[in-house]
Design a protein. Sequence first.
Length: 256
Amino acid sequence: MPPGARQAHSAAVVDPVASDGHGTGNRLPVDEFAELKDALIAIARAIARTSGPQCEVVLHDYREWDRSGSTIVWIENGDVTGRRIGGPTTNLGLEALKSGNDSPDRFNYQSRTKDGRTLRSTSIYFRNRTGNLIGSLCINVDVDAYVTARAALDGLLGVPMEPPVDADVAETFGTDIAEVLDAQIQSAIARTGKPVAALARDDRIAVVRHLDDKGAFLVKRAADRIARALGTSRVTVYAYLEEARSGGASSNGRKG
């Protein structure tokens, strides 16, 4: 994705329509994420140090994307999700890269760590002057202790537990991109409601279509991992992908 010609801008541009088909949300007058990095690091530090060690702040540079998934260029309080600089994007980042959604931003959503702790999260994405996705700033706050304390207080006061107002967002905080991809694959298979051995050809095409929609094929050697999970060959996975992109099989692979 080569940067476009430099244009004069004095503020972020948010256009209703992009003639080149790229997204327009959070468009900034820069070409590369590196131009924002120092300022965003200062903001990340301010957020993390104000909120405390339970608040993780992550910067992803998608212009460094090389299909190996290493997008994290800065992280504060990485122990919250167990990630470090050089770590991967999440499945939501892959989806944003693939979808071209003008506004993939998500605010104050609930997610969970691998060990089940509750997080409140926000992810905002940045585009350059030509509309290409170049990076994101993500905040993950571990609120598990507060959830536990609330449950204890509600029990002491005799107040019935209220159901959560929002469902968990299935976000995978992997230490490498393979972990993120494997979670995507298992989720796609689970959508069919069948074990792998019982999947018909149309089910398998639907699995591959879903993974393609979610950006899985942006990852290096994704077809190999998908083939292993489906018990088939890499060549067959690419055949499924070709058929999925041409409109073959059902749209979601779900039954019922």
